[in-house]
Design a protein around this ligand. Structure first.
Ligand code: ZN
Length: 103
């Protein structure tokens, strides 16, 4: 189950109650300080960012440029680069572990 952790922007409390919709986004009200806003879950936004990163990796954009363009942390870009088919060959050359039992 996908669980999104929403926190109040004012007091940081996670005791948020759904309170209607605004511009297609769910509106929430903090039970602690009664601050009300449309809190955006981090997961869908990150998924869109990661898709953008992977697209730039395919185009052989440098990791530093990707960080500047997308705002994704450099460590995350490096992690996605290992998964990307374009740079997977270079990454696999570095780690050639012997297989026990075979050969
Ligand atoms: Zn609050």
């Amino acid at each position: 189950m996908l669980q999104t952790t929403l926190a109040c922007a004012k007091c940081g409390s996670t005791a948020l109650r759904k309170n209607g919709h605004s511009h297609g986004k769910a509106k929430y009200r903090c039970a602690a300080c009664r601050y009300q806003a449309a809190f955006e879950p981090a997961a869908p936004r990150k998924a869109a960012q990661y898709a953008q990163v992977e697209k730039l990796l395919v185009e052989r954009t440098s990791q530093r440029s990707i960080v500047r363009a997308t705002g994704v942390a450099r460590m995350t870009v490096a992690k996605l680069a290992k998964k990307s088919p374009g740079q997977a060959a270079a990454a696999s050359q570095a780690q050639s572990a012997p297989h026990p039992g075979t050969g």
